[in-house]
Design a binder for this molecule. Structure first.
Ligand code: ADP
Ligand code: MG
Length: 302
């Protein structure tokens, strides 16, 4: 049962945040909010300030000016670890995974479960394998072998392991920095589907992309950055895909973009189908797990 009031207090809010590096104004006067169960897309071209903003949210940088609130309280993070313990998980582009290690080893990287004690303490392989398999299957990912090296997974699968891991360790906010940038059309559709899964499980998601055609099908709100300034935040009902695209492109690049539109349209068809499928699965899952709240520390066997 969802008893939290998600309407009034945002999980994350920045008010008039600026960030200056020496003489570079990376961000100026940015305001945005993210609520539980919603996807906020942060859009902007290279150099717009997207990564700088999420580095503030994830505790890497302190804002030069303005306010950063987490669940209504001023946040004072001095490291990404502080942000993580406040429930803000960031999946950076390099993912912080070890390619040669297996999926379940990577899933528990930094929080290894152990069995035995004293000199006999060791990584609890069975527990790790079971939880990894369960958590991935909750996200709709079936894996044959949890010992399979992460480096042999596709880009989309690696992103999905990172997302499932953040959800399992109790993240309230999931920040994804350009998770679809390096992916092909089909793989990008898969990642969009996992973003939908995280949202359906009540997380607030911040999805960074420079591709409005990835953002549009999944986003509830869109904040557009341009050279460190905000062009505004729009609810999905307030903006069309075309408006989003032309605001991003700033007009003069529309020629190049129209050339790419055919491929984008295909992306959307795949993402749309994947989202419809995710929605169906969630209706089923919601029916089953309504009374049994997800336990972040899921130590108990069912
Ligand atoms: N640590 C830093 N020191 C100096 N300038 C920086 C630093 N980080 C980012 N910038 C500058 O801030 C601007 C925004 O960068 P960034 O946030 O990485 O943009 P985006 O992620 O949207 O491509 C760029 O001009 C970039 O060069
Ligand atoms: Mg960036």
């Amino acid at each position: 049962m969802n008893t939290t009031n998600t309407q009034t207090i945002p999980l994350i809010e920045v008010q008039n945040v600026s960030k200056i590096f020496g003489s570079v104004i990376a961000l100026k006067d940015i305001s945005m909010q993210v609520h539980a169960g919603e996807v906020m897309c942060l859009l902007g071209d290279n150099g717009a300030g997207k990564s700088t903003l999420i580095k503030i949210l994830s505790g890497v940088h302190r804002p030069s000016d303005g306010h950063y609130m987490v669940e209504g309280k001023e946040a004072r993070f001095s490291s990404p670890r502080d942000a993580l313990s406040a429930g803000i998980a960031t999946v950076f582009q390099d993912l912080a995974m070890i390619p040669l290690m297996g999926i379940s080893r990577n899933f528990f990287l930094g929080s290894e479960p152990t069995v035995g004690w004293g000199p006999f303490r060791r990584f609890d392989v069975n527990y790790a394998n079971r939880v990894t398999r369960e958590e991935l299957s909750r996200m709709g990912i079936q894996i044959r072998d949890t010992g399979q090296p992460v480096g042999t997974l596709s880009g989309g699968e690696r992103q999905s392991v990172a997302i499932a891991r953040a959800v399992y360790f109790g993240a309230k906010v999931l920040i994804l920095d350009e998770p679809t940038a390096a992916l092909g059309v089909k793989e990008a559709g898969i990642v969009l589907r996992y973003i939908a899964q995280a949202r359906a499980r009540g997380l607030g998601v911040i999805f960074i992309t420079h591709n409005p055609h990835h953002a549009f099908p999944i986003g509830d709100h869109f904040t557009l950055l341009n050279r460190g300034r905000s062009l505004g935040t729009f609810a999905k009902s307030e903006i069309s895909r075309e408006e989003l695209t032309s605001m991003m492109a700033g007009g003069e690049e529309l020629d190049t973009l129209s050339h790419e539109l055919a491929e984008f349209a295909r992306t959307d068809a795949i993402a749309g189908a994947a989202l419809a499928e995710a929605a169906r699965e969630f209706e089923e899952e919601a029916g089953i797990s309504h009374g049994t709240q997800h336990q972040a520390q899921a130590g108990q066997a069912e």
